[in-house]
Design a binder for this molecule. Structure first.
Ligand SMILES: CC(C)(COP(=O)(O)OP(=O)(O)OC[C@H]1O[C@@H](n2cnc3c(N)ncnc32)[C@H](O)[C@@H]1OP(=O)(O)O)[C@@H](O)C(=O)NCCC(=O)NCCS
Length: 181
């Protein structure tokens, strides 16, 4: 049985462990820790999934903006990173984290949610491939062959024609190395 809750600052070590185990290297864990301390990423949605008291998955949605849009009322987010420890992968934990995260964002009035990731995976959870073609270029240029990996979905009445422009992400994500394979 999987339970999911929002994280607190006391969860940082467990969050870092989940990302290190899931990815098998430290870069995503370091990025996650940095984003959690990044004022420009707030408000964020950060969720841990537990199985029998052990943290097995984590997801983070951080605030982003659309260049040139009137920002005051709009709330847009980027999903990054998502991690499930190897023993628990392919059992639906990632899907539960995405679903709960999107539900919370919808309740909190979010409009658009972006993700750069597996193009076979995220469309199952409502994301539409090639957000660039819909008018939302990524913070850094995504090569044409990977265009489908940059995705978007809308959680509100806002349709894709109301605001368009380049996506501006939180400072910790705003480095080219986070936008290439
Ligand atoms: C990608 C990831 C978050 C998915 O979480 P999950 O709990 O395993 O996913 P779910 O059980 O909800 O969904 C299963 C689907 O995820 C996809 N998937 C899972 N692991 C995958 C992997 N290692 N590579 C590619 N796709 C994968 C498959 O489409 C799978 O469907 P299938 O079993 O029918 O083939 C998890 O595998 C993970 O942490 N991987 C390592 C880190 C990573 O790549 N994070 C994502 C960055 S965009």
């Amino acid at each position: 049985m999987i339970t999911i809750r929002e994280t607190t600052p006391a969860d940082l070590a467990e969050i870092v462990r989940v990302h290190k185990e899931a990815f098998g290297y430290d870069k995503e864990a370091e990025l996650t820790a940095e984003l959690l301390g990044d004022a420009s990423a707030r408000p964020y949605v950060s969720l841990l999934a537990f199985r029998g008291g052990e943290a097995v998955g984590h997801i983070l949605f951080t605030r982003c903006r659309i260049e040139g849009a009137e920002t005051a009322q709009e709330a847009h987010y980027i999903l990054a990173p998502l991690a499930v420890i190897p023993e628990c992968q392919r059992q639906g934990v990632g899907g539960l984290l995405i679903g709960r995260g999107l539900e919370l964002l919808r309740e909190r009035g979010a409009d658009l949610v972006f993700v750069l990731g597996h193009k076979e995976y995220y469309p199952r959870h409502g994301f539409i491939p090639d957000a660039g073609k819909l008018g939302f270029p990524a913070p850094y240029l995504i090569p044409e062959i990977y265009a489908d990996y940059w995705m978007v979905q809308t959680l509100s009445e806002t349709d894709f024609t109301q605001c368009k422009g380049r996506v501006l992400c939180a400072a910790a994500l705003d480095r080219p190395e986070h936008w290439r394979e």
